[in-house]
Design a protein around this ligand. Structure first.
Ligand code: FES
Length: 129
């Protein structure tokens, strides 16, 4: 159990970046943390297979909200194929504190939903490299 969270985690929790919804998202997904029932939805705007805008909504603990907020700050301009392959470290490096096994599901919720939204549209923009 974490004793307390660092200031930047609390800042993202209290003032989440890219929080809300998009008018006509090109891709979206949502999922729940099975341990607590908290839910996150991610919506993407796409431009030629790259993320041009992103929003998330839902509720959850400080770790789930802050890790989603920090992650989504890094994905604008990324190809769907890159997003679909993002590793856990893409989240853990942002969070910067040790995450207990129980909290890992909280930390990974946003990543899981983001990847699910990206994978859902991957067939429309296969990587042509
Ligand atoms: Fe629900 Fe963390 S306790 S997402």
């Amino acid at each position: 159990m974490d004793d307390f969270y660092r200031d930047y985690i609390l800042d993202h929790y209290r003032s989440p970046r890219n929080f809300g919804t998009l008018e006509q998202p090109d891709a979206a997904a949502e999922d729940v943390n099975p341990l607590c029932g908290d839910q996150i939805r991610v919506e993407l705007k796409l431009d030629d297979g790259k993320i041009s805008d992103v929003r998330f909504s839902g509720k959850g603990c400080a770790i789930s909200q802050a890790s989603t907020s920090m992650l989504l700050e890094t994905v604008k301009g990324m190809k769907l194929t890159e997003v679909a392959q993002l590793p856990k470290d893409a989240v853990l490096e942002n969070v910067g504190i040790g995450i207990s096994p129980t909290r890992m599901k909280c930390a990974m919720l946003g990543l899981r939903v983001l990847k699910s939204a990206a994978i859902g549209r991957l067939a429309d923009w296969p990587d042509e490299e």
